[in-house]
Design a protein. Structure first.
Length: 437
């Protein structure tokens, strides 16, 4: 049965590659995948778990806003590791910091102190204006940590009865694939087959302050975790004033406001954090992805003492959380964002991108939305046309992007992209989409 499934998958991928060609711009529209490309795809399918469905291209190098496949073909990267590489591929300053630290000390565990962690924590707390930072590795770990912190605060500070604390999330949220993340999901592909689920989680509509107030009136609610812009849902922006309303309601009902900025934060929208567009300060930030510059898994939770000191030694931890290599990478990655003009550049290049995308035919592109370089394009699906086919054809023309939820394409290039590169990339997108007419 497994061999039959594997053969079917291989035929499917070979067929999709052959139909799309490998590079329309290079005159290879009818060419089959090269042996090097297909061999890599086949090996992954044979020995790897089938929990991803990648665009069929095998990459071997990245620099700046570009990546290259194993055959040497060059592409614009318009996914940027789901915003993990806001600073671009292999940023030289981050690479140098990582290399230097890797020669000295990479891991001490939290059983001992190291000379980098405190420096990093001080830098981050002073920059973001919080009392404490708790270092973790992945975005989902940061979000899970924030829920643990909220529950401790619920029992120690708010006075919620033991084991009665509730956390509120929004429909179409996405913060990872752990059982807790699955428990808060409204997406069947995330939660089906993985029960039983975490108790004490409640879902409400996104961008609905009335629904939020109804939920927060329950005294046992301790936290509301929300993405300022929903990324995996298709770059969905709330109404202006929504985040200010969230802050006001959380204050009114004594509930912790957790801003999940793992994907939307760290310059992606054109400000340090997406909540900065409304001058809102949450009770907790969860950050990750671009905190690493794409080099090494790094995440963190930022909060004040009233929340953070609820957890005592032995109650939470991570072997790799706070390791000196990750801390040095993260501090340098943030410094790159802060000192190289990337926030302003994201605003300018995002406006250019959206203005050009909105010129595309409405019978193909239904909606263009976004902020900064966090953008989504809603494709009008037909029997012969969908977001996957657009992404395949974009690949052939020299630009890599990925659909989300079937009919939406995220365009999230590195924040370092310049005007000439953006104009070239937009021309590829325009030419590709109009070719379907």
């Amino acid at each position: 049965e497994y061999k039959s499934y594997l053969s079917s998958m291989l035929r499917c991928l070979r067929g999709s590659c052959s139909r799309a060609g490998w590079s329309l711009s290079r005159g290879l529209a009818d060419a089959a995948p090269t042996p090097a490309q297909q061999g890599i795809i086949d090996r992954e399918l044979k020995f790897g778990a089938h929990n991803y469905h990648p665009i069929p291209v095998a990459l071997s190098r990245g620099q700046g806003v570009h990546v290259w496949d194993v055959d040497g073909n060059k592409y614009f990267d318009f996914l940027a590791g789901y915003s993990a590489m806001n600073q671009g591929h292999c940023h030289p300053r981050i690479l140098a910091a990582m290399t230097e630290q890797a020669k000295k000390l990479t891991l001490s565990s939290r059983a001992f102190h190291n000379d980098i962690l405190g420096e990093y924590e001080e830098y981050m707390c002073k920059l973001f204006g919080f009392d404490k930072l708790l270092p973790m590795n992945t975005g989902v770990e940061a979000c899970e940590t924030s829920i643990k912190l909220a529950r401790k605060w619920a029992y120690k500070v708010k006075g919620i009865p033991e084991s009665k604390a509730k956390s509120v999330f929004c429909v179409n949220n996405f913060w990872g694939r752990t059982l807790s993340a699955c428990s808060s999901s409204s997406d069947p592909t995330c939660y089906e087959g993985f029960g039983p689920f975490m108790p004490g989680f409640e879902l409400i509509p996104y961008n609905d302050l009335g629904a939020l107030e109804d939920a927060l009136q329950d005294f046992n609610v301790c936290s509301f975790m929300v993405e300022p812009i929903q990324g995996e849902a298709g770059v969905v922006l709330p109404d202006d004033g929504y985040l200010k309303g969230v802050r006001a309601l959380c204050d009114k009902y004594n509930v912790l406001f957790i801003a999940d900025e793992v994907q939307s934060g760290l310059g992606r929208t054109g400000k340090r954090m997406a909540v900065d567009w409304e001058n809102v300060r949450p009770d907790m930030f969860t950050i990750g992805k671009a905190l690493s510059g794409g080099f090494f898994p790094v995440s963190a939770v930022l909060a004040d003492d009233s929340v953070m000191l609820g957890i005592q030694p032995g109650e939470h931890g991570s072997t790799f959380g706070g390791n000196p290599l990750a801390c040095k990478i993260a501090q340098t990655a943030i410094d790159v964002l802060e000192t190289e003009g990337l926030y302003d550049n994201a605003v300018r290049m995002g406006e250019l991108l959206r203005s050009e995308l909105r010129k595309l035919p409405e019978d193909i592109v239904e909606v263009v939305r976004g902020r900064g370089l966090f953008n989504g394009v809603v494709i009008r699906e037909t029997e012969h046309f969908n977001a996957w086919k657009v992404c395949m054809k974009l690949r052939d023309a020299g630009l890599l992007a990925k659909p989300t939820h079937g009919h939406i394409i995220r365009f999230t290039p590195p924040l370092i992209i310049n005007q000439q590169e953006m104009e070239e990339a937009v021309e590829i997108v325009s030419r590709t989409i109009t070719s379907f007419i």
